[in-house]
Design a protein around this ligand. Structure first.
Ligand code: ZN
Length: 322
């Protein structure tokens, strides 16, 4: 894409509109919890109820000016506001940079805000509202029914985007997530995660089509694991649960050593290493047992909602890997 005055102009407006939409998404999120109408009352401080002036309402900048505090009662303003505004702005910039002057850009600027809304409610209260996930699903089906993904620059973006592929993707998303959720019964006697995640997978399957749903889910699992491990270690460290923490760290070191020995064929063709292998295996089993015991205690588990990771996987597929 050549950089022209028009290009810079549209990029600038992508930022501005992204920030404003982000600001609106904050209202949608807050009112979803409060069950208030989206448009009705003017914005006010949730603590002191003072109506806000227009210059207290500028996305991102007002938060920085006010240093994260209400101008009247100096109550802390939730960090959710600037984060949602900033994230939406970044997604709008990415959309324009990737898809340029196309209907796909317009469509994604309408659909992607649903990613932000659902992720935020999931992080905040571990809730995924049906109204939000159905909206995402509906938008995704319309998107593919009109082949908008195919209209990008005259090239095919989503592989053979069509309503049929979208519907297959939707069903596949439901099947994969429901199977995974039920694995939870084997280990913990309950679902591994809530139904909200299944709705998200259905929506993403309908948006990406079945061909791109699978890589998106794969990336989301990797992202989730990368997020959970440091968080889990941090929680163990904070709770001064050092024995579990050391077990986990030892387990990683042990796995790496065992794997590298195994890959170099050390355990084969050399009887001296047989006792070593037995000792290593026993150590491995002992560490696994210790870890399982630690995980069984529920308050030691770190809960991290899976929804945001799924959207991160979808964003990776839409903007970076295709
Ligand atoms: Zn206030």
């Amino acid at each position: 894409m050549t950089i022209t005055v028009l290009w810079i102009y549209i990029l600038f407006w992508s930022c501005v509109v992204g920030l404003c939409i982000g600001s609106f998404l904050n209202v949608v999120i807050i009112r979803a919890f409060d069950k208030e109408s989206i448009i009705e009352p003017a914005s006010k401080c949730p603590k002191c109820n003072t109506p806000l002036k227009w210059y207290h309402n500028i996305p991102l900048f007002s938060y920085m000016f006010l240093k994260g505090k209400c101008a009247y009662c100096h109550e802390k303003i939730s960090i959710q506001y600037p984060i949602v505004e900033f994230t939406t702005m970044v997604l709008y910039i990415l959309t324009f940079l990737k898809f340029g002057y196309s209907w796909n850009t317009v469509a994604l600027m309408i659909i992607v805000p649903m990613f932000v809304i659902i992720s935020t409610t999931d992080i905040k209260e571990q809730v995924i509202f049906d109204a939000h996930s159905y909206t995402l699903l509906g938008m995704a089906l319309v998107y593919n029914a009109f082949n908008i993904g195919n209209l990008y620059d005259g090239k095919i973006w989503i592989l053979n985007a069509s309503l049929v592929n979208a519907l297959i993707g939707m069903v596949l998303g439901v099947i994969i997530m429901e199977l995974l959720a039920r694995v939870g019964y084997v280990f913990a006697g309950k679902r591994a995660f809530g139904e909200g995640d299944t709705y998200i997978a259905a929506g993403l399957g309908a948006l990406l089509g079945y061909q791109l749903l699978l890589p998106a889910l794969l990336y989301s699992f990797i992202i989730q694991v990368v997020m959970v491990i440091p968080l889990y270690l941090w929680k163990l460290f904070k709770n001064k649960d050092f024995s579990t923490m050391y077990s986990l760290i030892f387990f990683f070191i042990y796995s790496i050593i065992y794997e590298s020995l195994e890959m170099n064929g050390v355990f084969r063709n050399n009887w001296i290493f047989i006792p070593c292998a037995v000792i290593l295996m026993c150590l491995g089993i002992w560490l696994c047992r210790r870890l399982l015991n630690a995980v069984k205690t529920p308050d030691k588990l770190t809960y991290l909602p899976f929804g945001p990771a799924m959207f991160a996987g979808a964003i990776a597929v839409i903007y970076f890997l295709h």
